[in-house]
Design a protein around this ligand. Structure first.
Ligand code: HEC
Ligand code: HEC
Ligand code: HEC
Ligand code: HEC
Ligand code: HEC
Length: 226
């Protein structure tokens, strides 16, 4: 009985010690100072936003978060916990960027048929193409269309050169010269490359320069809808 008690006490002491050590390690690894300053310039249009508009605090106290993490690591708990802040999920973005007719809604890309695309880049999340703190609108390369449209063929193709031609010569930089990605601009799609937006204008739009596609259909909110 005594031995049992002693061993359970010892286990608790080890457990407590482990929590403390892990706590220190986590604190050392976390960019605690980084939270005073963002790790880079905001996405154009986000400059005036408060950090907490995207970074929500994780549930529970720091002690509870660390305990859950240790228990998860020891196999005593099915799920771990976020420490400090929760990862910024799509819901946060969509609360302000709600576009009912998005032609590429990220939820679709969770389907099994996009497994290969997801392996290339996490297209099922906004941050797959829009990392924050990089000072640009889009962090995916302009040729990102290739990830999913590699076998594109358009019936009665009105376009000169045809889509089949563009795909055959792997000319993926042309796509964004005629199409915007989310379909959220009052932009008229050209039928020939001669009338299309220039490559430079597209790159400026993906960066932090002037927008290339004219006014947006659904404006972003500066306060979330919920
Ligand atoms: C528009 C939303 C948004 C705002 C506003 C924002 N962030 Fe972030 N932040 C993100 C996203 C998304 C990430 C995830 C990684 C990435 O995109 O680079 C991130 C990553 C970070 C990271 C890296 C650690 C981590 O959790 O991935 C730090 C540190 C950070 N942000 C600090 C700040 C601070 C400080 C502010 C306010 C000055 C701020 N952020 C404002 C969206 C935002
Ligand atoms: C609190 C509301 C809010 C949240 C949350 C938010 N945004 Fe924004 N975002 C805006 C506003 C407002 C603009 C400026 C739009 C403008 O200039 O018309 C903007 C601009 C942008 C732009 C540049 C648009 C352009 O045409 O210049 C991108 C890209 C963007 N946001 C993506 C995101 C992503 C990805 C997230 C989630 C990580 C996010 N936003 C979270 C409100 C928000
Ligand atoms: C596969 C890559 C990809 C993903 C995933 C993605 N975007 Fe985009 N996004 C782009 C590209 C490319 C552009 C530039 C062309 C354009 O403006 O439509 C863009 C433009 C934008 C713009 C500026 C134009 C506008 O609609 O106002 C905003 C805001 C934006 N994205 C928000 C988001 C949000 C929010 C999510 C997640 C729900 C998301 N994006 C997911 C590639 C992506
Ligand atoms: C993650 C996969 C994925 C990526 C990346 C992607 N698309 Fe798509 N796209 C789709 C799917 C799925 C559809 C719906 C049609 C279908 O089922 O084939 C679609 C449809 C379209 C349409 C027709 C929309 C309509 O309403 O008729 C256009 C135009 C388009 N994509 C252009 C682009 C361009 C330009 C890029 C690169 C900037 C791109 N796509 C990147 C998956 C993707
Ligand atoms: C010169 C302009 C132009 C270029 C370049 C271009 N497209 Fe298109 N695309 C069009 C037009 C015009 C249509 C037909 C009308 C529409 O759907 O808007 C179309 C239709 C589409 C469709 C819908 C197909 C369907 O069956 O409904 C997809 C998907 C698409 N394009 C993807 C792409 C991709 C990916 C690229 C890059 C390889 C690309 N486009 C390059 C102009 C262009």
């Amino acid at each position: 009985m005594r031995r049992l008690l002693a061993s359970s006490l010892r286990r608790r002491a080890y457990g407590g010690g482990l929590v403390a050590i892990l706590g220190i390690l986590v604190l050392l690894r976390l960019p605690v100072g980084g939270w005073i300053q963002a790790p880079g310039p905001a996405t154009p249009g986000h400059g005036e936003m408060r950090c907490a508009q995207c970074h929500e605090r994780a549930e529970g106290s720091l002690r509870q978060q660390l305990q859950a993490t240790v228990q998860h690591a020891l196999g005593m708990r099915e799920t771990g916990a976020d420490i400090g802040h929760r990862p910024v999920g799509d819901r946060v973005c969509i609360d302000c960027h709600d576009r009912p007719n998005d032609r590429h809604p990220t939820v679709r890309f969770r389907e099994a048929r996009f497994a290969l695309a997801r392996a290339e880049r996490p297209v099922q999340r906004c941050t797959g193409c829009h990392l924050e703190h990089q000072g640009v609108r889009v962090t995916a390369p302009s040729v990102v269309c290739q990830t999913c449209h590699g076998d594109l063929d358009v019936r009665d193709d009105p376009v000169e050169p045809t889509h089949a031609d563009l795909v055959a010569r792997e000319d993926w930089t042309t796509c964004l010269r005629c199409h915007d990605f989310h379909g959220n601009h009052t932009h008229v799609v050209a039928e020939s490359l001669a009338d299309a937006i220039s490559v430079d204008a597209v790159l400026e739009h993906l960066g932090s320069g002037p927008r290339a596609y004219g006014p947006v259909t659904h404006e972003a909110r500066s306060t979330p809808q919920r």
